[in-house]
Design a protein around this ligand. Structure first.
Ligand code: FMN
Length: 168
């Protein structure tokens, strides 16, 4: 697949390793742009990701234009309880959320890889949010019975979900 892939990290541990996903995606031909929520930003090695992808990561609206081309796909990983809830609730109070929400409206392919521990995931609203997002055409990777201590799908599985979405 060739195209522009936004990888958007939230405030969860695996966000620190999002470069692994970027490298895998680049190996499959994607041009990768890494972004983050404000809480996700602190997990990123911005210099390393900048060198790897050739694009400066971002987490805000700096500049009058984004400087990024339109996304063909967006992967949100590691997606928090918070960001999943806001996406389902149309709350766009940061750059990442408004970018993802607007892209949903444009029909951009979205894959959300949840990293939500089982206790948090027992909240009924979380389960409804996952169901709602799926019903709106968003791919949500979330295992209701994960094997501790990992709560998120492996990076290759996440990328495969995007590849599958592009095929339809
Ligand atoms: C070290 C650390 C790890 C965290 N891991 C998770 C996590 O795995 N899943 C989650 O939903 N929240 C996690 N949180 C809490 C979120 O960062 C917090 O809810 C934050 O408001 C999420 O913001 P965001 O959704 O805008 O990224 C973690 C927080 C810290 C400090």
């Amino acid at each position: 697949m060739t195209g522009n892939l936004y990888v958007i990290a939230c405030g969860a541990g695996p966000a620190a390793d999002v470069g692994q996903l970027a490298a895998l995606a680049m190996g499959e031909g994607w041009d990768v742009y890494v972004g983050a929520t404000p809480a996700g930003w602190g997990f990123l090695d911005v210099d390393q990701l900048s060198d790897l992808t050739g694009h400066t990561p971002r987490c805000d609206y700096s500049g009058r234009t984004s400087g990024w081309p339109q996304a063909d796909g967006i992967i949100v990983a590691a997606a928090t309880l918070n960001t999943i809830g806001k996406l389902a609730g149309a709350i766009a109070d940061n750059w990442a959320l408004s970018t993802i929400t607007e892209s949903m409206g444009h029909g951009v392919l979205i894959v959300i890889a949840a990293n939500v521990n089982p206790a948090l995931a027992r909240h009924p609203r979380f389960r409804q949010n996952v169901a709602d997002l799926r019903s709106w055409g968003v791919t949500v990777l979330w295992d209701p019975e994960p094997v501790p201590p990992t709560w998120m799908a492996p990076w290759p599985v996440i990328l495969n979900a995007m590849t599958a979405a592009t095929i339809g």
